[in-house]
Every structure is written in structure tokens, then in C-alpha cells.
Design a protein around this ligand. Structure first.
Ligand SMILES: [Zn+2]
Length: 290
């Protein structure tokens, strides 16, 4: 894969893609993203239309595009909706080492052998499903955990893993979420961080030491503008709601060291909302020295 993750230490560090690289099959994802964006109301406006006129122009000038705040995107999501939205279901990716059938409580995913897809609600079909792993957005799994603990729901086949989706819209997984899921299901919990199209952006492994970034799914930047570095994402799999340089409002630090799980992809650790991080830093600074 020649689209590499770029950790920008300052403005103006453009992705270093050559025209030859752009012609490779691996980089066709950028071409598809540009095509999808060109059909959206937001990118049909000036000056955005000029900025994304071609993958070639974009590759040399991606960092010149202004960041778009997540709140702006969520407040006007229809502006970013591609005419082909809905035609790009996501494939569920198992955490490393998690085998067996999986029930995914998100209809945005594509059913396939060993992956059963359900609405985010309890159903008889889910109850009799042979899936040993339950996957869903954290908000959905919280409900299932409470129902399980209260005895209203029983999923006895779920004895391998819980895969909890955190997301740009739904927020991050908390320690209390992990405790709740463990108490309800008594199986390991793996976090998967999803983008606006339910595309996988980062995945936790059995080492539970940050999220392995899916560098073939997105271009990641750590933008230092404004103090703490902000995670900025251009999702190459976000064809339903294409956004270039989405400012996530999240911060964290990148760990390039090989993980004990054997994967060598970079991990983002201590992922947290920027404002909480700043409030925490301010509180710390305001504490008198003893
Ligand atoms: Zn790992």
C-alpha cells in the first residue's frame, strides 16, 4: 500500500504521492473518494469543487484543504451525502485471533459467511443465532448488558468476545463500559473505532494497548494546530459521506513500536476528546505546588 499514514508536525507537509503512485490499484481508493465527494452538495460549492477536482490535484494538496470540524459535518450531514450512499456496506473485520461466528448489531454491515447482521435490537433470530461473538455500537451493547444482567435477555452462545464499536458520532468506549460488558458477558472486550460510514478506522487487539490504525482505510494526521495535536482523518472508505480532513475533536499519541500481538501497524493510544484533555491540563496547571 503506497498511501502512507502521515504524522504531520506542522502545516504544509503534503502527502508525497507521485503521479505514478496514483495510477496504482492501491490508490484507486482515493480516486473513488473524490468521485463520491464530487456528487455531494458540500463539495459542489466553490471553492471546494476546485480543490477536489481530481485525485492528482488532491494528492499534492490535501494538506492545503481546510479542516472540517466534526460538529459541522454532523449538523449538516445531508450536505455530505453522496448520491450513491447506501451502496457501500462495510465488511466486519474480526479482532486478531477472534474466530467463530459473529452477530453484528448494525445493518450497515454486509452479511457474509460467519457474520450475521441484525438491527440493533433484541430478536428471536438473534437469540437462536449460533454466533459466539457479539458486535455492536457501545450504546447498543450497554442496553444488551443491562438486559442480560436483569435477566430479561439471554445470549448463552456469546462466549468468545464482545466487539464494541466506538465512533466519531457515538463517542469512545469508557472503562465503565468495559466493566459493564465484562460483568454481563464474562468475555474479553475489544474496541473498534468506526468512521461516519461505519468503516473501521482503528482496532484493539488482545494486548489492549491502543487502537491499531487501519492505514489502508484512511489517511491519518495529528494536527498540532491549537496546542494539543488533533486527530484529523480522511477516510478512504467513507464513500457514503465523503469528508476530506475531518477534524475529529480527539487527541492521543501515536505509538509506532511493534505491538506484542505481532502487528506492526501504528497505534493511537490515550484517545480522548480534546476539550476534556485541555480541561484536565488546565486543572493540573492551576493546582498549587505543594
Ligand atoms: Zn496489538
Amino acid at each position: 500500500m503506497k498511501l502512507k499514514v502521515r504524522w504531520r508536525s506542522g502545516r504544509g507537509a503534503a502527502p508525497e504521492l507521485s503521479p505514478v503512485e496514483l495510477l496504482t490499484p492501491e490508490t484507486s481508493s482515493l480516486y473513488r473518494l473524490v468521485q463520491a465527494a464530487q456528487g455531494t452538495p458540500y463539495y459542489q460549492q466553490e471553492p471546494q469543487a476546485d480543490l477536489i477536482q481530481s485525485p492528482l490535484a488532491l494528492a499534492s494538496g490535501l494538506s492545503e484543504l481546510p479542516k472540517i470540524e466534526l460538529v459541522r459535518v454532523l449538523a449538516g450531514l445531508r450536505d455530505f451525502r453522496s448520491p450513491t450512499a447506501g451502496a457501500n456496506p462495510q465488511r466486519f473485520e474480526r479482532p486478531l485471533g477472534v474466530r467463530g461466528a459473529v452477530a453484528v448489531l448494525d445493518p450497515y454491515f454486509q452479511p457474509e459467511p460467519g457474520v450475521f447482521v441484525f438491527e440493533p435490537a433484541f430478536s428471536r433470530e438473534l437469540a437462536v443465532c449460533r454466533a459466539e461473538t457479539l458486535a455492536g455500537h457501545a450504546v447498543t451493547l450497554r442496553n444488551f448488558a443491562h438486559w442480560t444482567l436483569s435477566g430479561h435477555v439471554s445470549l448463552p452462545n456469546v462466549r468468545r468476545a464482545i466487539v464494541a464499536f466506538s465512533s466519531l458520532e457515538g463517542g469512545l468506549l469508557t472503562d465503565s463500559d468495559r466493566d459493564l460488558f465484562w460483568n454481563a458477558f464474562q468475555v474479553p472486550v475489544y474496541e473498534q473505532f468506526l468512521g461516519l460510514n461505519s468503516e473501521l478506522l482503528g482496532s484493539e487487539c488482545a494486548a489492549h494497548a491502543g487502537l491499531h490504525l487501519k492505514t489502508d482505510h484512511a489517511l491519518f494526521e495529528m494536527d498540532p494546530a491549537g496546542g494539543d495535536s488533533e486527530l484529523v482523518i480522511t477516510s478512504l472508505r467513507g464513500l457514503d459521506f465523503p469528508v476530506f480532513r475531518l477534524a475529529t475533536g480527539l487527541t492521543g499519541h501515536i505509538d509506532d513500536c511493534p505491538c506484542s500481538c505481532g502487528q506492526t501497524s501504528p497505534r493511537i493510544r490515550s484517545l480522548a476528546p480534546l476539550h476534556i484533555h485541555r480541561i484536565g491540563a488546565a486543572s493540573y496547571a492551576a493546582t498549587p505546588a505543594r
